[in-house]
Design a protein around this ligand. Structure first.
Ligand code: OGA
Ligand code: MN
Length: 297
């Protein structure tokens, strides 16, 4: 068994002018010394991409970015993907999603969409045939506490699988439910189908290869209503439960407590994330961009 940690440095280091401060956890690093209000030079962008390949999730702090600057940074990482939800800002910025618990008409907290409840472990938009490779989330308004976002390394989860479990899932695919969001709410236009064999959504390999690093990662997407074609529902449920229990162990996780001025770039090809619930009387507003990816293989 190999826990993969030799592939990731744990001490702070620099790549040119870019400082990389690894999180004291399985994944994640803070990036310092980059001015995100300006277009990045080729060297700086290379350094950021190199650190991202190594740490999966990057944190930038103490920012005061305009929406345009956020879009420009995400656009330097890759092509932006249009928002999958229409919100008032989307009319002006079609690539921006507001992750918020605020009612757009009244400006008060509500439980719409992700609301203030827990968002369970997931990979963004894995229910697409070609899911985005990354998401870039910037905090605009935060509650006094709660709403932490945790990230889980699917490289480490893959590498720490026992040989038996790995052999069991090699070559298998899973269906990723496209009908419900990460808070379990049914998306508009979908029926409430509860038989996993009938779950709508694409089939993706359970073990995927990262197109940039070449490393293998577990790819689970989202647990509810997932299904492994070729198995009975009972077998599929049993195997998925084992995979999820394995993949979401604390030793693969980095938990991020948000501060205003934080922006996090995460790699959907090798990580999952979840969000804690928070007190629904407070406003929590973040802006997300999605960066296009390739079909998982
Ligand atoms: C997301 C997401 C978590 C959060 O933006 O994709 O899962 O902390 N958000 O709001
Ligand atoms: Mn998400």
């Amino acid at each position: 068994m190999n826990d993969g940690q030799e592939l990731r440095r744990r001490q702070a280091y620099s790549i040119g002018d870019v400082q990389v401060v690894p999180a004291a956890a399985a994944l994640g690093a803070e990036i310092r010394g980059v001015d995100l209000t300006q277009a990045l030079s080729a060297e700086t962008l290379d350094a950021v991409n190199q650190a991202w390949s190594e740490h999966e999730v990057l944190l930038f702090r103490d920012l005061d970015l305009t929406v345009e600057q956020h879009l420009a940074f995400a656009g330097a990482i890759g092509d932006l993907e249009p928002a999958n939800l229409a919100t008032p800002l989307t009319a002006k910025y079609p690539d921006l999603i507001e992750i918020s618990n605020v009612d757009y008409d009244t400006g008060t907290p509500v439980k719409n969409r992700l609301g203030n409840s827990e968002a369970y472990w997931h990979t963004d938009m894995s229910y697409r045939e070609v899911p985005p490779k990354a998401s870039c989330l910037i905090a605009r308004e935060l509650p006094p506490d709660g709403g932490d976002t945790s990230f889980c390394s699917m490289y480490l989860a893959y590498e720490a699988m026992g040989d038996d479990l790995r052999a069991e899932v090699e070559g298998l695919t899973a269906v990723h439910d496209e009908s419900r969001n990460a808070a379990g709410k049914l998306r508009e236009g979908y029926e409430d189908v509860t038989d996993p064999e009938l779950t709508p959504g694409p089939r993706h390999p359970i073990i995927r290869t990262h197109p940039v690093t070449g490393r293998k990662a577990l790819f689970l997407g989202r647990r509810p209503y997932a299904y492994i074609p070729g198995l009975s529902v009972a077998e599929s449920e049993e195997l998925l439960d084992r995979l999820w229990a394995h993949a979401t162990q604390a030793r693969f996780v980095w938990r991020h407590r948000w501060r205003l001025g934080d922006m996090v770039l995460w790699d959907n090809r090798c990580s999952m994330h979840r969000r804690d619930a928070f007190d629904g009387q407070y406003r929590r507003v973040l802006h997300r961009t999605q960066i296009s990816g390739d079909r998982p293989y």
